[in-house]
Design a protein around this ligand. Structure first.
Ligand SMILES: Cc1cc2nc3c(=O)[nH]c(=O)nc-3n(C[C@H](O)[C@H](O)[C@H](O)COP(=O)(O)O)c2cc1C
Length: 295
């Protein structure tokens, strides 16, 4: 996750038994290399790197994960055809993030080892079709033969079990880990996340790259621009590259872009990442014992 998942969060998750992922989308190439090296030193178990395929430094990021011998790469926001073969030739496991069965099939055709099927509820960039996790998971499980990782609206072990009942073999959690001690996000953002209530997030900027964010002043400006028919160029300049950094990393809750999922409405605490992993496992085991218990 941009502006959240550096080496501290990734290594804490991996050391607790999950698979921590470094979010390279907000990192310059030398910063990415530094995070990979620090993560290697801190993590006793495998970790992964996410590379959004649309970013300008993509070729440099790909070279770095190869040079640094990263074992697992999650690609997103782009066509998996271009880079999957190159990564696979180096023995790297490639998992691609998709939001529809059609894109899942393309990822399988491109040679990906698994897909993350990310529903409409999810924080960050998202599909245009607005397919919810509940609908997307079984559809993608039917569409491909490779393993499916469910994402979007999952923050508890009970939700993890629900995803697995629908055929997912793993889950990817984003928002839950933004509200963790190790996330590099600004404390103002973490506090906004745990105070968010139902309806506080929305899928915005569908004309550019759809993204789920908190409805703040920046969002209202985008909405007004869209309603008066602003051009894509105008929207792009309103967004700028620095808005996400301003909000999530520098803590400007009015003028920054605050990416988070619907599940933020259920979060009420900032916890150590390792404790989150432990709690999820505990909830999962309890739910498995008694799946239809009223809670
Ligand atoms: C702050 C934030 C930043 C994110 N950045 C990325 C990213 O750079 N690349 C990516 O593939 N997904 C990104 N995501 C999506 C997450 O990896 C994950 O799939 C999503 O958060 C799952 O849904 P959830 O938020 O309901 O848990 C981001 C999510 C959040 C909340």
């Amino acid at each position: 996750m941009i502006w959240a998942s550096g080496w501290k969060l990734a290594s804490a998750v991996s050391n607790a038994g999950g698979l921590g992922i470094i979010g390279s989308g907000s990192m310059y190439p030398d910063v990415l290399r530094e995070h990979i090296r620090k993560c290697k030193a801190a993590a006793n178990f495998p970790f992964a790197v996410n590379i959004p395929l649309l970013y300008s430094d993509i070729d440099k990021h790909i070279s770095i994960v190869i040079e640094e011998e990263v074992k697992i790469v999650f690609t997103s926001a782009g066509n998996p055809k271009t880079w999957t073969t190159i990564l696979k030739e180096k023995g790297i496991t490639v998992v691609h993030v998709i939001s529809s069965s059609r894109f899942a099939r393309k990822a399988e055709e491109a040679g990906c080892d698994a897909v993350v099927a990310e529903g409409f509820e999810a924080g960050g960039h998202n599909g245009r079709e607005e397919t919810t996790t509940m609908v997307l998971i079984p559809a993608v499980v039917n569409a491909v033969t490779i393993p499916v990782v469910a994402a979007g609206g999952i923050a508890t072990g009970r939700q993890m079990l629900a995803a697995m009942v629908m055929g997912a073999e793993a889950v990817q959690m984003g928002s839950r880990f933004v509200a963790s001690g190790e996330a590099s996000s600004h404390i103002n953002f973490k506090n906004a996340v745990i105070h968010a209530t139902e309806g506080d997030t929305i899928l915005s900027m569908k004309q550019l790259t759809p993204v789920r964010l908190i409805k703040n002043k920046f969002y209202q400006e985008v909405l007004e621009a869209e309603q008066r028919g602003a051009s894509v160029e105008e929207l792009r300049s309103l967004l700028g590259r620095a808005r996400a950094k301003k909000g999530m990393f520098e803590g400007d809750m009015d003028n920054g872009e605050l990416e988070i999922g619907q599940i933020s409405a259920s979060l009420d605490s900032i916890l150590p990442a390792g404790e989150i992993v432990k709690k999820v496992w505990q909830e999962f085991s309890e739910a498995l014992q008694n799946p239809v218990k009223k809670i």
